[in-house]
Design a protein. Structure first.
Lengths: 87, 397, 433
């Protein structure tokens, strides 16, 4: 019998984290109108998935993880984000 | 009260106080215990030890036994040595946490002062509490004297914390018959206990410096592996307990024989099996019968879980008849809990030795020498090939 | 990353005839006129900026040929140096939002400059419709590292995930997290050999989170080790099955931080009722049909019950008020004299029945209706941390969610009555302090 578990009880190392490609879930995605983005950071602060990052001249959601909830578009003070349906 | 560091001393203690001394000598880091009759003196004595500066532990009286075991879990997974005491309903209330810590392989030690579970709601001695929870995955040890209670608590830590074992241990003793019995007890020196019990090493453990998850969601294969490992570990405790007993004898000058203790079994045709304080009474009955010329002996089961199958079978294989004293009933089997295990252990022998069951001492009934002698007589009949009732409720005869 | 400060509309409560904001601004700016127009405020939706967004890379600044527009790197404010302005109006054209204004009398450009960080319009509004949003303040509580996995199993738009992620960034690495079965477990607990987050996590039974934490705390205390010990568990656990243990740990003054994410039900198992489910709400165990009309009794108000234990610190929090939450969490982390309890209302799009993008709106309205007032309790004093001028009725809150769709007028009134009664109690306690 070959046992594969490393420990005697269910432990796991915290530096190996489970990352799911939750971008596959969404039915709509945020599209940033770059000229309207003032880089205020509100979308970054309120994104539950924490997938918004600073691209220099605008902020953008990482589409690998963005679940398309639309909160960023809702809280954007500059109307710079539109939710567009996925094909 | 003064506990000597380098020399032993003898005090007259009851079972509960002996347990408290045993725990104190092992210097646990965290103790969380909820009072319940007949265990309350264990808790009270530990608190008084702390008040006198004899015990440097975090002492908590939580609001329930469930939380008591939860607290021990939290301290143990962080690397601490812990202790608690309970009985009856308290043991049942902490049951899910007991199972949980066993699966997480925490080397927790507790004492259970055996008391009947309700109902009827009578606060009396009996084995139903520890029998109904026997499957929780803890090593289960039974004492027959106050000295042994103290010794077993110390041995329990050594056994539980062994890297090959890492399984929690419950030391059981009969409520009132032992918990409130006063006997002379030799208290080891602190220094000796320190030599016997190395410091506890825990890895992995809960620590921000080594971030780990305890309890990720796992699929059936790894979960089954953990069950397998837990089963293998508790089974290893049988031989390990015999070794620990020998080590204990070398340092403290006292040994008990490990998994089972045999009394006058040499050449015995008939053997009685007993567990707990009734074994002390049984010795007197054995002596009387031996004086009458009957070849009878006693095997006391000290380790009930894991079940001492190998040593028991070796000790029983040549006998003509066996009598099992049970202080509980296994509902659905029409007999006591101990009988079920003994018969299962004897099955592969293929010799079909007559094995009779005597249910006695339930609900505070006294097991007297006369009662035991009566049981021996019945087993004697079976040894001669006469047909006998398999199960006798001695208290209702 | 330096989030900006700006003024935004935060409540849709402007009456048709009010121009308090405009008047206050005009008074402050003087002869240039006001940068805020009441009509404009009335028209825009919540969360939209009313005046200058104080852009990180201001177009107006780039367009100005005279270097008359500067950006203060410290506070992010974009300022017009009036003396340098030549009145060329390049900046007015350049601003994508029309937030740069021109005064034709004096021929200078002017804009909102936040009245030196205490905007008059916000103070003047009798309805609390405007908010001076200070993203930098929120950011200042966050460590650099986001310990939580970027791809988690939380529902889209879950404010619980927002709060959990945010909490970890405030707590930092010297933390042990404790959790139990519930919505957040699926984020916390990891899978097979992988963790949910880089912080150490102890998965507990539904019934032994608090006792396990107590044990770890007591052992650490015994060996002189310090760490943040934080439970992140739901209402189903703390208000129901584990209430006994929580109450006892509070009484014993265990130095642990307990965060309750209240989604008013057992959401991970499909929306069964809990003791924090509001009166009237539809759940699977308080269903709506011919014979039943949702939960027919009021909920248990956990935060006040915990405050009655006289614990070291109790606070309520909402995902819409992140700075308020961060401040309270930081306070709780520093408490050494006993248990800290923070009750966060976490609206659940899946069970409460609202679109995923409305999570922050619902979180905010819960506060603005005084259904879920924001307060904190320490050293026997209760203090409201956010006062709502002219609270909205519970009808405004309830109509946004499917779980209350069935409520009739009487039931709505009864719910309003319960909200009022609870808030009156809180106000009375606050006035005693």
């Amino acid at each position: 019998m070959r046992l594969k578990t490393e420990f005697d009880a269910p432990w796991a190392y915290s530096d190996r984290i489970l990352v799911l490609k939750t971008g596959e879930w969404r039915y709509q995605r945020p599209v940033v109108i770059v000229s309207k983005c003032c880089q205020c950071g509100v979308c970054y602060l309120f994104c539950p998935a924490g997938c918004v990052s600073d691209m220099g001249d605008h902020y953008e959601a990482n589409l690998d993880y963005c679940k398309g909830c639309g909160i960023c578009a809702r809280v954007c003070p500059a109307n710079a984000i539109e939710m567009v349906r996925e094909a | 009260m003064n506990i000597k560091s380098t020399s032993r001393e003898i005090k007259v203690l009851d079972g509960n106080r002996a347990a408290a001394y045993g725990a104190m000598l092992c210097q646990p880091d965290v103790i969380a215990a909820y009072p319940i009759t007949p265990q309350s003196e264990v808790v009270e004595t530990l608190f008084s030890f702390k008040a006198q500066g004899l015990l440097n532990a975090e002492l908590i009286e939580p609001e329930s036994e469930h939380s008591a075991m939860g607290i021990l879990r939290g301290a143990s997974i962080a690397g601490g040595r812990v202790f608690t005491a309970t009985a009856s309903q308290g043991l049942l209330f902490m049951f899910e946490n007991c199972i949980h810590v066993a699966t997480q392989r925490s080397p927790i030690v507790m004492v259970n002062v055996c008391r009947e579970v309700a109902g009827p709601h009578i606060v009396v001695s009996g084995h139903s509490d520890i029998m109904m929870t026997k499957g929780m995955g803890w090593i289960q040890l039974h004492a027959r004297s106050c000295q042994e209670i103290l010794d077993l608590v110390v041995m329990a830590y050594r056994l539980a914390e062994d890297p090959q074992i890492r399984t929690p241990v419950v030391v059981c003793y009969d409520g009132w018959f032992l918990s409130h019995l006063w006997e002379p007890v030799e208290i080891p020196a602190r220094e000796e206990v320190r030599r016997f019990l190395p410091p506890l090493e825990t890895s992995p453990k809960v620590d921000p410096e080594t971030p780990m998850v305890l309890g990720p969601w796992i699929s059936s294969r790894p979960a089954t592996e953990y069950r397998y490992k837990q089963s293998a570990a508790i089974s290893r405790a049988k031989v390990k307990f015999d070794d620990v007993d020998k080590e204990f004898r070398e340092i403290f000058g006292r040994g008990y024989g490990g998994q089972i203790e045999e009394y006058r079994t040499d050449g015995a045709d008939i053997v009685l099996l007993a567990m707990g304080s009734s074994a002390s009474t049984a010795r007197v009955a054995i002596d009387r019968k031996r004086d009458e010329g009957l070849k009878v002996g006693l095997i006391r089961i000290r380790m009930f879980r894991p079940f001492p199958k190998e040593r028991l079978v070796a000790a029983l294989r040549q006998r003509k008849a066996i009598g099992v004293l049970d202080r509980s009933v296994s509902f659905g089997w029409d007999c006591g809990d101990l009988l079920v295990d003994v018969k299962a252990a004897l099955y592969n022998l293929g010799t079909n030795i007559p094995t009779l069951n005597f249910i006695c001492g339930l609900c505070d009934s006294d097991i007297t020498t006369e009662i035991i002698e009566g049981a021996i007589d019945i087993v004697g009949q079976a040894a001669q090939g006469k047909p006998c009732e398999e199960v006798t409720w001695l208290d209702l005869e | 990353m330096k989030p900006s400060n700006f003024i935004r509309k935060i409540r849709n409560v402007c009456p048709p005839d009010c121009s308090a904001c405009e008047e206050a601004c005009a008074k402050r700016i003087g002869k240039l006129g006001s940068v805020i127009k009441a009509n404009q405020v009335r028209k825009v939706d919540v969360y939209k900026a009313i005046t200058c967004l104080q852009c990180r890379e201001p177009e107006c600044k780039d367009a100005c040929p005279s270097d008359a527009i500067v950006k203060d790197e410290e506070n992010g404010l974009v300022r017009v140096i009036q003396e340098e302005c030549t009145g060329c109006e390049s900046c007015i054209e350049a601003c994508p939002y029309g937030n740069m204004l021109f005064n034709s009398d004096t021929s200078v450009a002017f804009k909102c400059e936040l009245c030196g960080a205490e905007p008059e319009c916000v103070a003047a509004c009798p309805y609390g419709a405007l908010e001076f949003f200070q993203g930098g303040n929120i950011q200042s509580y966050l460590g650099d590292e986001d310990f939580l996995s970027p791809g988690t199993r939380a529902c889209a738009g879950c404010p619980g995930e927002l709060i959990y992620r945010f909490t970890q960034r405030v707590l930092g690495s010297n933390t042990v997290l404790f959790g139990c079965p519930g919505c957040m477990t699926i984020l916390m607990t990891g899978h097979e050999t992988m963790a949910g987050s880089r912080l150490p996590y102890v998965s507990c039974l539904f019934t032994n989170v608090i006792s396990t934490m107590t044990g770890t705390y007591r052992y650490y205390h015994h060996i002189g080790k310090e760490a943040n010990l934080v439970a992140f568990v739901g209402d189903g656990c703390l208000a129901d099955i584990e209430f006994q243990a929580l109450s006892a740990a509070a009484e014993r003054r265990e130095n642990i931080v307990v965060i309750c994410y209240d989604n008013e039900g057992y959401q991970n198992t499909g929306n069964q009722m809990s003791s924090t489910t509001t009166f009237g709400a539809q759940t699977t165990t308080s269903p709506v049909g011919g014979a039943l009309r949702g939960k027919d009794y009021d909920s248990k108000y956990m935060p006040l019950i915990m405050a009655s234990h006289d614990v070291a610190y109790v606070a309520t929090a909402s995902p819409a008020y992140l700075e308020d939450y961060a401040r309270k969490l930081t306070k709780a982390m520093k408490i050494k004299t006993g248990l800290s309890y923070i009750h966060v209302l976490v609206p659940c799009p899946t069970a409460w029945g609202f679109p995923t993008d409305k999570s922050i709106d619902i979180s905010r309205l819960a506060v603005e209706t005084n259904y879920f007032p924001l307060w904190e309790y320490e050293q026997e004093k209760l203090r409201l941390t956010h006062e709502v001028s002219l609270p909205q009725t519970i009808g405004d809150y309830v109509k946004l969610m499917g779980r209350y769709r069935h409520l009739n007028e009487d039931e709505l009134q009864q719910l309003q009555g319960l909200v009022d009664k609870r808030f009156t109690k809180i106000k009375a306690l606050a006035s005693l302090s």
